[in-house]
Design a protein around this ligand. Structure first.
Ligand code: NAD
Length: 295
């Protein structure tokens, strides 16, 4: 139902023909893959070559699986890969219709990146942020064109998860929201428009769940057993594995935003498992060690 509304709405706005994603990490790489796969070429910008390489390799791996399963031929795979233009330079952003910012979950870094991006894009280009938790209204402070800015929150892994939260900041225009909804629909996703607050909708549910999990750990429970129970309950994975997938650094930054936004409910008076993992640099799947060890 939501998808059909989004598709109808998409017909009334100018389509996004070329996009850009800032950051080639877990999320940026996924957004680049999904956009190009659905026919919208994308400029993928990062600050280091290694990250761009990882982003492209991930896309390449996903495409090879499609080829193996007979869902795509080699020419199709080459076309999708050619649709991802990796770069270290803001100059490549010229001519894009919409930008998805997907750099680290740090308000200062994001504000700096967004302000710099605005200098390199046309006056009518839509600027969005894939932030998990940071208020869109607060990220818009310091922008010259806050009306062109809104949230576009994908979930991990981007190619699998259907939902996209489109977040309306205090100054986001209807046109910016409509074009972002249309782009999400074009990417094969189900967009929902939500109001702005730390964590938006999904993470206001997910982070208290992580909090409950960590409280059980501090009471002495075993993380692997909790995961098994949640799997038996019917969820695709338990909280420990999910935190490994998200990335402990990202979860830790996001936790701090939630604690500041909801101090009475989301802040903890003692060190959490997440604090300990972050300090020990056990970032999860991205660096091969989190609650679990990975190859
Ligand atoms: P990540 O650590 O995998 O990737 C971040 C990337 O940003 C890195 O490649 C880094 O080099 C790059 N970067 C840092 N500063 C930059 C800059 N100034 N310009 C361009 N690139 C820069 O992180 P991630 O998990 O992909 O998270 C990115 C964003 O997406 C965060 O805001 C996060 O909260 C959000 N998010 C994450 C998840 C998740 O499950 N990991 C889910 C939804 C949303």
């Amino acid at each position: 139902y939501l998808k059909s509304i989004a598709k109808k709405a998409a017909k009334s706005v100018a389509p996004v023909k070329k996009a850009s994603v800032l950051g080639a990490g877990i999320m940026g790489g996924g957004v680049a893959y999904q956009s190009s796969r659905k026919g919208v070429p994308i400029v993928m910008k990062d600050i280091n070559d290694g990250a761009l390489e990882i982003g492209l390799n991930e896309a390449s791996k996903l495409l090879s699986q499609q080829v193996k399963r007979g869902r795509m031929d080699a020419a199709g795979m080459a076309k999708v890969l050619n649709g991802i233009n990796p770069t270290l330079s803001y100059d490549e952003l010229q001519g894009v219709d919409l930008v998805v910012e997907a750099v680290v979950e740090n308000p200062k870094v994001k504000k700096m990146v967004l302000a710099e991006t605005e200098k390199h894009i046309a006056a009518d280009t839509i600027l969005t942020s894939n932030t998990s938790t940071i208020s869109i209204t607060s990220l818009a402070e310091g922008l010259q064109r806050p009306e062109n800015f809104c949230g576009m929150h994908f979930f991990n892994p981007v190619h699998k998860m259907p939902l996209v939260e489109v977040i309306r900041g205090e100054k986001s225009s209807d046109a910016a929201i409509a074009r972002t909804v249309a782009y999400a629909a074009k990417m094969g996703k189900t967009p929902i428009v939500v109001n702005d607050c730390p964590g938006f909708l999904v993470n206001r549910i997910l982070f208290p769940y992580f909090g409950g999990f960590q409280k059980l750990l501090s009471d002495g429970a075993d993380f692997a057993r909790i995961d098994k129970v949640m799997e038996k309950f019917g969820w695709p994975m338990g909280p420990a594995y999910l935190m490994d997938v998200v990335g402990m650094d990202t979860a830790h930054h996001a936790d701090a935003v939630m604690a500041e936004g909801f101090p009475d409910r989301m802040s903890y008076d003692q060190k959490t498992a997440l604090d300990a993992m972050f300090e020990a640099e056990r970032f999860g799947q991205k660096n091969g060690k989190g609650f679990y060890a990975y190859e």
